[in-house]
Design a protein around this ligand. Structure first.
Ligand code: SF4
Ligand code: SF4
Length: 169
């Protein structure tokens, strides 16, 4: 018989012995493995009552940052969206109008800024690409939901009320 690859294995059609047919030995082996795990250190925690400490490098949900005067840092330059390998970021730019200087730091701002958390792979490239210290990945976990639309985070969801103190090196 000719095989397409050298990985093909012929099926073993040998009749089962008496001990193989009653499965007792395999059941005892399985129970022995289960019993051994009773006395081992647990690898799971009782989430959500118990939460694991994340590593300092953990990348969770995004935040949009403000400056010291509370103005939005983002200038809608689009670099984060361009850097995003998952195409998770969508934005629309708008021009700052006279009298809006207390809201937006630069002459352009993001009138719409959305991140699709279902697409995001939390790689942090958007944070790296941003020249304005505007987008960061926080340590918060994106909450679970049964609805897809709940994973589209808008600018209002992402903007933090106070400026993030830590700056990138
Ligand atoms: S963390 Fe990565 S995948 Fe998620 S929005 Fe930023 S660049 Fe895109
Ligand atoms: S978050 Fe940063 S990189 Fe993205 S559009 Fe705003 S200023 Fe540009």
């Amino acid at each position: 018989m000719e095989f397409l690859t050298d990985k093909a294995q012929p099926v073993n059609r040998k009749p089962m012995t008496f001990w193989e047919r009653i499965y007792l030995i395999n059941i005892f082996i399985g129970m022995w493995i289960t019993l051994k795990h009773f006395f081992k250190k647990k690898v799971t925690v009782r989430y959500p009552e118990v939460e694991r400490q994340f590593s300092e490098n953990y990348r969770g949900m995004h935040i949009l940052n403000r400056d010291e005067e509370g103005r939005e840092n983002c200038t809608a330059c689009g670099l984060c969206a361009l850097a995003c390998p998952a195409e998770a970021i969508t934005m629309e730019a708008a021009e700052r109008l006279p009298g809006e200087e207390h809201l937006y730091r630069e002459e352009k701002y993001a009138a719409r800024y959305e991140i699709n958390m279902l697409r995001c792979i939390f790689c942090g490239l958007c944070e790296e690409a941003c020249p304005k210290d505007a987008v960061y990945l926080s340590q918060s976990v994106v909450p679970a939901s049964y609805k897809r639309k709940n994973f589209i985070y808008t600018k209002e969801d992402l903007l933090i009320p106070f400026p993030k103190k830590e700056t990138k090196e």
